[in-house]
Ligand binder design. Structure first.
Ligand SMILES: O=C(O)CCC(=O)C(=O)O
Ligand SMILES: [Fe+2]
Length: 229
């Protein structure tokens, strides 16, 4: 009898998921893409069940032991060199896979999250993969790519609903403005950041662990919650 190990099976999130005709790719005013339905529908329930039950709101560093097998597998696919390079190609970044990754996870938001920002200079690119089954008929909590730091209405493209299988990614720039209107509640997101250096990765991990500790002790901490720098 032959058994096929999971790692040998075809990935259910492959670079080709980013290369469909429906993927929105722009290079102006900054480089970004929005790809919908990058995940198989039949895995939605497993991915949600395997999503970590984080105590604090906002982004916290990914810890493999807190996640179920399907989330760990998904993160392997998102950080695979082929996937990174396909994403980089669409964002105009050569060999994105050469950069270290930092993964953080958010299960819920508080109203204070979402302020417009660019992300910090330690990042080359950021990918956000959303996992909520659906989203209520509201703009609250929907990601917006913006032309300016001071106007939520000056959108570059229609706002992005944080629904299962939607992936938004951008090349970090001084004008890569993004944010969302305040929302409080469950909003499941995996964030992969490709960083300039390994030193930045160590710094982020240390800060993230500190934020996690504060959140688990007091239910707060970690500033705005955006992984902005
Ligand atoms: O959760 C999102 O949609 C955006 C988060 C973000 O921009 C960040 O954490 O830097
Ligand atoms: Fe951000």
């Amino acid at each position: 009898m032959t058994t096929v190990a999971t790692s040998d099976a075809a990935p259910w999130l492959a670079a080709s998921a980013l290369q469909k005709d429906t993927t929105l790719v722009r290079s102006d005013p900054f480089s970004f893409l929005v790809a919908k339905n990058v995940l198989p529908a039949h895995l939605m329930q497993d991915l949600q069940e395997h999503f970590p039950r984080l105590k604090g709101a906002g982004y916290l560093p990914y810890e493999k032991e807190q996640c179920g097998e399907k989330i760990n597998q998904l993160i392997e696919y998102m950080t695979a060199p082929d996937f990174a390079n396909a994403l980089g190609q669409q964002l105009g970044i050569d060999n994105l896979a050469q950069y270290p990754t930092f993964i953080s996870i958010s299960r819920s938001l508080k109203k204070r999250h979402g302020n417009i920002h660019t992300d910090g200079q330690s990042k080359i690119a950021t990918a956000l993969l959303y996992l909520n089954s659906d989203w209520p008929a509201t703009s609250d909590g929907c990601l917006r790519f913006l032309n300016r730091i001071d106007d939520f209405e000056d959108t570059v493209v229609p706002e992005i609903r944080p629904e299962y299988g939607t992936l938004a990614a951008f090349k970090r720039a001084d004008n890569s403005f993004h944010g969302h209107l305040p929302f409080a509640g469950e909003r499941l997101v995996i964030q992969v950041a490709w960083l300039v250096s390994a030193k930045d990765k160590a710094r982020k991990a240390k800060r993230g662990r500190f934020a996690q500790k504060l959140k688990s002790l007091f239910g707060w901490g970690g500033g705005s919650g955006a992984t902005a720098n």
